[in-house]
Design a protein around this ligand. Structure first.
Ligand SMILES: [Zn+2]
Length: 268
């Protein structure tokens, strides 16, 4: 499991990357100009110390000293892709640029550092996944989380009107795991009987969004979860119209969700 600190760093990184991605969509951001200029200086190719290995769904940007780890990373990345692609029934339009660094201490802490790393690696000017080789513990989980964001950018962009909680909640859901701190919060809520009434339109956060997606997937399968995500695109909040494809009323949905949370998370 990732430590809380490592997780916080990763969340920060994820936020930075989202900024970078959104920024690159802007017509003329500094980000875009810098990258275009450097791509020109390098003749469109990679700087000498960085190399690229293409797998079925990734272009892995790495430095020579990390070559030994590449087979393992390529396997992890393709396993993550298979998992997310299967769940979401979607294939990404292009290979994902995956940039490797040695340790999580080398991961960028802000967008300036992120742009420097991307520039140095020679990766193209679009959204990337950055990955630290160490710690290897929790690396596969992080990879699934970050890769899920790439699918979200294509499938349910911010402009599609989905509620704000969906992106992080879906990325967390796809990892199939819960962090210890999230588990504590859910167990406390379950023990106290403080579980949000989802279908009634209560605003959800990342934690409860993750729990709802786990519930929908457990109850209705991955196909049900995809239907739920599609319905959310057209609705600011879960409501009877969101639940219509499931043939269930809002109150039945909430009752079932509360039972699910109490059963799964209240182990006291
Ligand atoms: Zn994220």
């Amino acid at each position: 499991m990732m430590s809380a600190m490592a997780r916080n760093r990763l969340l920060l990184l994820a936020l930075n990357l989202i900024w970078v991605m959104t920024g690159s969509l802007g017509a003329q951001t500094g980000w875009v100009l810098i990258n275009h200029r450097l791509a020109g200086n390098h003749g469109g190719g990679s700087p000498a110390s960085w190399m690229v290995r293409a797998t079925d769904h990734f272009d892995i940007y790495y430095e020579r000293q990390h070559e030994r780890a590449l087979d393992e990373i390529a396997r992890e990345a393709e396993r993550a892709y298979a998992r997310v692609s299967f769940d979401l029934k979607h294939e990404l339009a292009a290979r994902v640029p995956l940039i490797l660094v040695q340790t999580d201490r080398e991961l960028p802490q802000d967008r300036r550092q992120a742009s420097e790393l991307v520039r140095a690696s020679g990766a193209p000017d679009r959204d990337h996944v950055l990955l630290a080789l160490e710690p290897s513990d929790g690396r596969a989980v992080l990879l699934v989380h970050e890769l899920t964001h790439q699918f979200e950018f294509e499938m349910i962009p911010l402009s599609s009107g989905v509620p704000a909680w969906v992106h992080e909640a879906l990325s967390d859901h796809e990892t199939g795991t819960w962090t210890p701190s999230d588990l504590v919060r859910l167990r406390d809520a379950a023990a106290a009987g403080v579980i949000p009434t989802v279908a009634g339109g209560a605003p959800l956060d990342r934690l409860w969004g993750h729990a709802v997606l786990d519930f929908v997937a457990a109850e209705y399968g991955t196909q049900g979860m995809r239907r739920y995500l599609t319905a959310l695109r057209n609705s600011a909040q879960p409501s009877d119209s969101v639940l219509a494809p499931f043939g269930i009323t809002a109150s039945d949905f909430d009752r079932a969700f509360q039972t699910y949370v109490r059963t799964r998370f209240n182990d006291r």
